[in-house]
Design a protein around this ligand. Structure first.
Ligand code: GAR
Length: 201
């Protein structure tokens, strides 16, 4: 069985990236992580990826200044050169332009720490606590032009417990992120493979 080639885009600690790399090591997992890219050269996740034997590079946004499209072109060149077929955003904290989203339509996933469509954007745990929610969670979705929109592939719910702090709630959600992201990627990889293997009429 050939595995789909996947890149993970990060900006920071990379715990979801790590979960994806480790899950993809299973022989029967339908995808392999072949490349990790970060817009931040000092992202801790880059070293973690290298330690796990995965090619990891920074493509800093800074030299491109306000030219977001030029930065995305540089990212896209790396993705294409590595023969990447699916892109996973994992704590990639930079808004994408329609250019990159369009290039990877149907092949780009994102993980977000809320039960979308609730709480798109930042500070999701603090906002859920402030609103007195009793349930919170995380979502893996296909990336479309709107921020934190796009068809949902997987969701996991956690309870908000009495006396929860932002950190405690974030940790409870993160444990679920590490579970549903590998499952969602496997689902997408299988789906794309089936589509590509289907006999053409
Ligand atoms: C994760 O909680 C992820 O859901 C969130 O950033 C964190 C990254 O952690 N993403 C977003 O908020 C995107 N809107 P990680 O680097 O340890 O995976």
């Amino acid at each position: 069985m050939s595995k789909m080639r996947v890149a993970v885009l990060i900006s920071g600690r990379g715990s979801n990236m790590e979960a994806l790399i480790k899950a993809a090591r299973a022989p029967d997992y339908p995808a392999e992580i072949v490349l990790v890219l970060s817009n931040k050269p000092d992202a801790a996740g880059l070293e973690i990826a290298r330690g796990l034997g995965v090619q990891a590079e920074a493509v800093p946004a800074k030299p491109f200044g306000k030219d977001r499209a030029a930065h995305e072109l540089a990212l896209d060149e790396r993705l294409r050169a590595a023969g990447v077929e699916i892109v996973c955003l994992a704590g990639y904290m930079r808004l994408l332009t329609p250019y990159l989203v369009g290039r990877w339509a149907g092949r780009m996933l994102n993980i977000h720490p809320s039960l979308l469509p609730a709480y798109p954007g930042l500070d999701t745990h603090a906002r859920a606590l402030a609103a007195g929610e009793t349930k919170h969670g995380c979502t893996v979705h296909l990336v479309t032009e709107g921020m934190d929109e796009g068809p949902v592939i997987a969701q996991a719910e956690v309870p908000v417990l009495p006396g929860d702090t932002e950190e405690a709630l974030a940790a409870r959600v993160l444990a679920q992120e590490h579970r549903i992201y590998p499952a969602a990627l496997a689902r997408l990889a299988e789906k794309i493979r089936l589509r590509e293997e289907a006999p053409r009429r």
